[in-house]
Design a binder for this molecule. Sequence first.
Ligand code: ZN
Length: 414
Amino acid sequence: MSAEHSHSHSHHHHHHHDFAAANQALFDKHAHEADQRPDAAEVAAKIAEAILKAYPFDRDNTLVLDYACGTGIVARSIVPHCKTYIGVDISQGMVDQFTKGAEAHGIPTEKMRAIRTELKGEDHELDGIKFDVVMCSLAYHHIGDILSVTRLLAFFLKPVNFPDADISFRSNDQVVFRVHIKNLETHSDGFPPAAFCASGSTASVSEEVVDLSESAAVLDLLFQYVYPQRQPDLSEIELPLLADLSEAVEKYQVYAAMDICKIFMGNGLQDNPLTVLNYAVRHGYSDIADEAAPLTVSLPLDEVGTHMYSTYVGAWLKYYAEWQKILEVASAEGWRIGHTSPCRISNSSTCPHWLTARQHVLTKLGARPGALNDLAMIFTTAHGLYPCAIESLRQWEYFIVVKVKDIPKFRNFL
Ligand SMILES: [Zn+2]
């Protein structure tokens, strides 16, 4: 929706959805003549000029979202100054005109394209892209609830991207973040700019884009911790991303994020013990390492071999050998324990079920030390199958539990 249509339609006493529907119908109908207004080009040029002034556009990096993009007459003046320009509009007619215009000017779709959609502010929308600039020209007067639409559009902005920043970082997936050196210096100890500032003048730093090895998703969270604002909610973040963030937080010494990352990594150890163990040993969080290590014993050995940090594989194998020993002792104890109580099932003087019960447990224990993590389940099942052997089974289980508790903590192997 742009400057160019007539304003004869009424848009006053309607609910939001009536607005959208009415707008869509109107603009579908008038899209083809939208740029015909005599002053259209002049108005568009003025808008583009104002927008280009408001933000330091960078043709290699800047991503622009144009809400209610209309025919693209404004877009074409801005496209040369940005990397990618995505227009959205609820009118297919406008989107078609936008696309035609781009084609007519020989602009490739990677650089400039429009999508017919009604934005909702959900993570997967627009391929999850976050933008440097979200703009809207001459469409706000068609909107019923300006506050909620503005909030919606803010969702699509990168949270950390300041026009007056003095350093830019590029993620390994090519997203640029504009950040203030001062904030990095006061909230962290490990960022590259510290080196830049020490050696060169700050003037050259402003031109610099520093490449970092982290993904945009990680940096997006990381930089939020160096600004005075509410910290991101880590409870909704999947563990692989949380683990990457936690590594970055330690690497760049972002103090405000260290403790909260540690807490959330600790919460994730049940489901991802190896990832959490790696993190804990690298950064000296022995309490978490001690808690995660027993669970890694249940993992397939090839998985541990592939994903454990190589520095710690030797320590882990020694730890594993302790578990192996206990497993052998546990099996031997099963052979030692006798059983003479009268049978509750078969009426014989000695219970014949014990032999079967013992074999059941030995089979479940198998040759894998990880079975020692499943003792409760293994023995409870056996109780149900062989009720007259319960006492011997309890005695045996207790023996093993005590031995497992005595396995030295992982930190002793480091
Ligand atoms: Zn029996």
